[in-house]
Design a protein around this ligand. Structure first.
Ligand code: OAD
Length: 257
């Protein structure tokens, strides 16, 4: 998408956003790609090679599943620790910062699949991190919880300092249910409705991620996608920006900068 096309499209969307107050941002790994983190399905990502098996001879989705975690927590932890290693020292990108800054003038809700905590680090206050946050650890037996800035010095798998049971990150593993309180928070916000629905940097593979956009588009609401690649929501959104998150968001919300 060249500069002229971006400017023209951004101006058209800005005009429609003039009186918008409630904004929903649905985000995925593409947003954090601009903080230097690999996406899941992109080059160098955790699932980059679909056929790849882990050192333990199982596909990555199996290693990162609830059943394997219960049987062999060290296998799952090995991969979670790799993920955290990638996240460590990452800073929020311009796109994270822009979404956070919009709270000064708008009511903003972020629904993210990212477990890196970068939306909160950028200052967003209403974040539904539907897949959790890898910095939050909890005991699998007792109520012990702790927040860690990184996993430095942790045993694999780590044990609870209170009861000795295995500790896990507060993230959703494959074959696990989404946390009901987060789903309820999402439904509450969707019931209130939004003036604009943004999908940014996600392959939109999960129904709870694509449905708010598909539903809003069906009801004729203002929908936007920012993603260099086409996805399942691309053909239904009213405004599609085939470019990176930071570039598009700045053109839409901070064109003079
Ligand atoms: P994916 O890796 O599937 O997709 C990342 C998307 O970001 C792709 O569509 C890219 O085209 C796009 N992208 C890349 N760079 C971008 C940029 N600079 N700006 C905007 N978009 C860009 O990641 P997710 O959709 O987030 O779940 O993956 C969803 C879930 O799959 C993850 O949360 C994880 C995984 O299984 C669990 O772990 C439960």
């Amino acid at each position: 998408m060249d500069d002229d096309a971006l400017r023209t499209q951004a101006a058209a969307l800005s005009a429609r956003l003039k009186h918008a107050n409630r904004l929903l941002f649905i985000t995925g790994a593409g947003l954090s790609a601009e903080s230097g983190l690999p996406t899941y399905r992109g080059v160098g990502g955790l699932y980059a090679d679909a056929e790849a098996e882990t050192e333990q001879g199982m596909p990555i989705e199996v290693a990162l599943s609830g059943p394997v975690f219960r049987r062999q927590p060290e296998v799952t932890w090995h991969h979670i620790a790799r993920l955290e290693q990638g996240v460590r020292n990452a800073m929020p990108s311009a796109a994270h910062a822009l979404i956070a800054a919009l709270e000064r003038s708008h009511e903003v809700v972020v629904l993210t699949q990212n477990v890196d905590g970068l939306h909160r680090a950028a200052g967003s206050s209403r974040v539904i991190d539907i897949h959790g946050d890898c910095h939050e650890l909890l005991c699998t037996r007792c109520p012990h919880r702790e927040t860690r800035t990184d996993y430095e010095g942790l045993d694999v798998p780590p044990r609870c300092p209170r009861c000795g049971a295995v500790v896990r990150p507060d993230v959703v593993l494959f074959e696990e249910m989404l946390p009901s309180h987060k789903l309820e928070a999402l439904w509450y916000e969707l019931d209130l409705g939004f003036d604009a629905y943004f999908s940014i940097g996600t392959s939109s593979l999960f129904p709870y991620i694509s449905a708010p956009i598909l539903d809003a588009a069906r009801r004729g609401r203002l929908t936007v996608e920012i993603n260099p690649e086409a996805t399942d929501v691309s053909s239904v959104v009213g405004h599609r920006f085939a470019t990176g998150a930071g570039r598009a968001l700045s053109a839409i919300f901070a064109p003079g900068d």
